[in-house]
Design a protein around this ligand. Structure first.
Ligand SMILES: [Zn+2]
Length: 256
């Protein structure tokens, strides 16, 4: 790639890219947990994080937050960051700008006044238009640079090995304290993931510090990557794909 093309890509990514990690030499990492809060697994996870004095970022689904306000309070009280993961988890490129704004607003209302201005798109799906929707609503978009496929049925040891392979200073790790639409009870069960996180913290603390995304962002330049729109075949595999065919339900149009 020529220097000019590299520079153009850098300018475009810095202006419109999704944060995937932070450039730093310091041994710090941001664990993130999507799709919760869950009444059983989120408290278990909070206990594990507290044991190692680790902070994390929880990208909550508004519908779940509304159902479990006590868990939302507990997450905030333990000084973790709460981010926006929409009200009921639609793929953002598949819905219109107006519904995207409603989704962001309804989730923010469900966690208010505890939410941050960080947004993670469901499934990581983005288009230029959906990215701009998030920016216009006042959100910075956060992706990831490490994961352990914890939305599949995996043993804790398997996930631990994947995480240990990927973790290095400045990484943002994608995990799930719930799965919004699990395809099996085994996948809904978060016990293996929680065990993997505990082994990870045991292995890396105190050499590594586990911090929230906002804290991570104070430790270096955000590395932003340009997203690829999801392909149609991948979209058709979504567990709730039929919701995109009219008529369908949406978030509450006027959240209190
Ligand atoms: Zn999700």
């Amino acid at each position: 790639m020529t220097l000019v093309r590299r520079l153009m890509r850098r300018v475009r990514n810095d202006a419109l890219g999704t944060v995937s990690r932070v450039a730093t030499q310091e041994p710090i990492v941001a664990l993130t947990f999507d799709d919760g809060p869950h009444p059983v697994y989120t408290p278990q996870l909070l206990d594990v994080l507290a044991k190692y004095d680790a902070r994390a970022t929880f990208f909550m689904v508004g519908e779940q937050a509304k159902a479990h306000p006590d868990v939302v309070q507990r997450v905030a009280a333990a000084r973790h960051t709460i981010g926006n993961h929409t009200y009921d988890h639609p793929s953002f490129p598949l819905i219109g700008a107006r519904e995207r704004r409603q989704q962001l607003r309804a989730c923010a209302a469900a966690v208010a006044p505890l939410g941050s201005r960080l947004f993670r798109p469901p499934y990581g799906h983005e288009s230029l238009a959906s990215h701009v929707s998030a920016l216009v609503s006042g959100y910075d978009v956060v992706g990831w640079s490490a994961h352990a496929s914890d939305w599949e049925q995996r043993a804790s040891q398997w996930m631990l090995e994947r995480l240990l392979d990927q973790i290095e200073p400045g990484r943002i790790v994608l995990l799930h304290d719930a799965i919004y639409t699990p395809q099996s009870p085994e996948i809904a069960d978060r016990s293996e993931m929680i065990a993997a996180v505990e082994m990870l913290l045991e292995a890396l603390s105190p050499r590594y510090r586990f911090v929230t995304v906002p804290t991570l962002l104070t430790h270096g330049r955000a590395i932003r990557t340009w997203y690829r729109p999801p392909d149609r075949a991948a979209l058709a595999m979504l567990p709730n794909y039929d919701r995109y065919a009219p008529p369908r339900r949406g978030p509450p149009s006027a959240p209190e």
